[in-house]
Design a protein around this ligand. Sequence first.
Ligand code: SF4
Length: 375
Amino acid sequence: MTKFSQMATVCKLIDSEFNERLKWQSEKLPFNAFGASLRRRFGGRIQRVSIDAGFTCPNVDGAVARGGCNFCDNRSFSPSRRVRLKQVSEQLATGIETVTKRYDKVAGFIAYFQPATNTYAPVEQLEEVFRLALSIDPRVVGLAVGTRPDCVPESVLMLLETLARETYVSLEFGMQTIHDAGLQWMNRAHDHASMINAIDRSRGRGFECCSHVILGIPGETHAMMMETATEIGRLGFDAVKIHNLYAVLGTPLGDQVQSGEIVLMQREEYTHTVVDFLERIPAEVIVERVSGDAPSNYLIEPKWCLEKSSLRLAIEQEFKRRGTCQGSHCVAPKIPPAQRPRPADATPESIRNQIDLGRRLPVLKIEKSGGRPQE
Ligand code: SF4
């Protein structure tokens, strides 16, 4: 095959994937919902199964800061709790069993590495844990990996690129907002420039790039949240996960909400803001979530986010009332994301040292073939 015909094949593939991503428009949906997109892609219902492999976080262990984000209950990322975790294979098997009992006709599962920073370990260890999850059950159709924008050095992206040639891979970045004041308020210990650097190095490598966004950060106006929406298209994310800011027990934010120092967004305002947000992002972006919540005995506020189905319905009805849909008010960026240059890796040295030079994390729950924990 000549170089030219190879390129033509790649372009055709990209075009067909792009067209696939717009199919929701002919299905009379108000936005490009994740569940429906997975169904189209895999031919049936796909469920995510959350796995806690025992990672910690550079915003907790002191590599970039200590204390963690103000909304995150990172007390649980301590080594003592890591040891009590079940093995990855057991977590996945139990999760699959639970989901299979709850839903009829599940066609497959995505192993979702969710709590903490799931790219923060030596890259050989990351490969072991990701491949283990993929090998446990033939119904596992791929991986979703949650991480921070400052925790994806080149070695990690190369690993994900390799895995994405074999299976579905989604890399989920905690972007939260594009405004550094909000990131500082949350104690994220990274700025938006880190997010731009990470996505400009991640895009177009065969795995999906998802942005986790929080609406309702104190001090952010409606206009500022809409600027974050515009950034989703400008930076070329494949998917977005939108959460309302919510407070749980055992966090600095929880204390501030309980004392009345911080008041969280109300349901009606959130509904309108989500619709405004979705109207401003490109139609091809997959919408993985439109709200966030926590277990009811753990959640402080807002309680309305526990009623996910009625909130989703309210969002859909608001689209109907307006006669709009996702992308209705989206303005194409001056430079198409695919043409943005790939920058040099700006991963902080303290993080790179852990991933590229660091010792194996003793706490990751990876079994040897004999079933013993590997250290
Ligand atoms: S970066 Fe993620 S894991 Fe780390 S403290 Fe913040 S929310 Fe928690």
